[in-house]
Design a protein around this ligand. Structure first.
Ligand code: ADP
Ligand code: MG
Length: 339
C-alpha cells in the first residue's frame, strides 16, 4: 500500500489559511472585497482590539442564497468565475474561493445573509472549521460577517501579532484604500466603539480624501484626468505644499484594485520635478484603467505587485497626466489652496 493520501478538507483549509490570513487586516481585506463584489452601496466595518477579538463587516449587497451559504465556506467554491476563459477577464476583486474557508479554519465565524427584503435569511456559524449552526433567521438584505477570536486555535500565529495599535494601523489602511477606491460606497469604520471613518458614498473622491486626511489636505489637491487609447487615469494629486514623508501617501488603483507599483509612483513624482521636496511624496489617489491584457494583476491574495506589458508607455502616460494637472494649476501661488 502506498503512503500518499489526500489531506482532509479541514487540514487543507488550515494550511491555506497560513497563506491567506496573515493578520486581522488580511481577514478584513477579504471581507470588504466580498462586500464590494456583492454590489453594496454601504459597508459598515467594526473591530475590537485590533481585530483580534472581533471583526465585523456588514453590507447591503446581493446577499448569499440560503442553499449557498454553507457552500461559500467550502474550498474553491465561488460565484465569480466558472470557466478558464473567465480567468483572463476578471472583473471582481475575489475569484479564488479561498478566503471564507481559510478564515473559518482559524477563527469563530458567524454569517447572516439574505438576498431580499422578506426579512428572512440564513445564519451560519463555524468554529475552527466545524459547523455549529445553519438555520433560518431574521435578516435584512445583505450580508453580515462576524469573525471572533482570530487564531484562537493557532497559538503560534497569534504569538506573532504585534500591538493592538499596529494591527489597528493595518486595519485602517485596508479600510482607507477601499474607501478611496470606491467613493460611490458609503463606508463606516469603528474600533472599540470609536467611529474612525465615515464616507458619504456619493461618488465624490475629494470628500473621501477629506474624511481620511482632513479637509485642508483635500482642498490642496488637484484633479488628474487624462486618457489615450490604452490608458485612462482619474484622481487627485496634491499641490507641492501637501506632501508626506511616507510612500503610503500614494494610493494607486489599477482597474479598481489597490496595488503598489514603482512603475506608477516614479513618473508621478517625476511630474513634480523640483517642486517636490527631497524624500517627500505627494498625497495622491490615482485610479488607472486599462485593458486587462496590459496588466498582470498578481493573483496572490497577499501580494499587491502588478506587472505591466507596456511599462514605458504607461510611465510616460502617468507623468504627462500629472504634469498637465499641475500645469493647469500653475497660476496658483504656492501656499494657497484651491477651491
Ligand atoms: P471569492 O470571493 O474568491 O469568490 P470567498 O471565499 O471570499 O471567495 O467567498 C465565497 C463566495 O461567497 C463568493 O464567491 C460569494 O458568492 C459569496 N460571498 C462571500 N461574501 C459575500 C458577501 N458579503 N455578499 C454576497 N456574497 C458573498
Ligand atoms: Mg472573496
Amino acid at each position: 500500500m502506498g503512503i500518499i493520501h489526500a489531506l482532509d478538507e479541514h487540514l487543507a483549509n488550515q494550511i491555506a489559511a497560513g497563506e491567506v490570513v496573515e493578520r486581522p487586516a488580511s481577514v478584513l481585506k477579504e471581507l470588504i472585497e466580498n462586500a464590494v463584489d456583492a454590489g453594496s452601496t454601504r459597508i459598515d466595518v467594526s473591530a475590537e482590539e485590533g481585530g483580534l477579538n472581533l471583526l465585523r463587516v456588514a453590507d447591503d449587497g446581493s446577499g448569499i442564497q440560503p442553499d449557498d451559504v454553507l457552500l461559500a465556506f467550502q474550498r474553491h467554491a465561488t460565484s465569480k468565475i466558472s470557466t478558464g476563459k473567465d480567468l483572463f477577464q476578471i472583473s471582481t476583486l475575489g475569484f479564488r474561493g479561498e478566503a471564507l474557508p481559510s478564515i473559518a479554519a482559524v477563527a469563530k465565524v458567524k454569517c447572516v445573509s439574505a438576498t431580499d427584503d422578506s426579512g428572512l435569511g440564513r445564519l451560519l456559524e463555524i468554529e475552527g472549521g466545524s459547523l455549529l449552526a445553519n438555520r433560518e433567521t431574521n435578516a435584512p438584505k445583505g450580508t453580515e460577517m462576524v469573525v471572533k477570536d482570530l487564531f484562537y486555535n493557532t497559538p503560534a500565529r497569534l504569538k506573532y501579532m504585534k500591538t493592538i495599535q499596529t494591527e489597528l494601523g493595518h486595519l485602517s489602511d485596508v479600510v482607507y484604500r477601499q474607501a478611496l477606491a470606491r467613493p460611490d460606497i458609503a463606508f463606516t469604520f469603528s474600533h472599540n466603539g470609536n467611529m474612525l471613518l465615515r464616507t458619504p458614498g456619493n461618488g465624490d473622491l475629494r470628500q473621501v480624501v477629506a474624511a481620511i486626511y482632513g479637509t485642508s489636505s483635500a482642498k490642496a489637491m488637484i484633479e488628474v484626468k487624462e486618457e489615450n487609447p490604452d490608458y485612462s487615469v482619474r484622481g487627485l494629486t496634491a499641490l507641492p505644499v501637501e506632501t508626506r514623508a511616507n510612500r503610503n501617501a500614494v494610493t494607486l488603483l489599477v482597474n479598481g484594485r489597490y496595488v503598489r507599483s514603482q512603475a506608477i509612483v516614479q513618473p508621478l513624482m517625476q511630474a513634480y520635478h523640483t517642486l517636490l521636496p527631497l524624500h517627500r511624496y505627494p498625497l495622491a489617489v490615482l485610479d488607472l484603467r486599462m485593458h486587462p491584457t496590459l496588466v498582470d494583476v498578481n493573483v496572490h491574495p497577499a501580494k499587491l505587485e502588478v506587472r505591466f506589458s507596456k511599462e514605458n508607455e504607461l510611465r510616460a502616460f502617468v507623468e504627462n497626466a500629472v504634469k498637465q494637472a499641475l500645469g493647469a494649476e500653475a497660476y496658483i501661488p504656492s501656499g494657497t489652496s484651491v477651491r
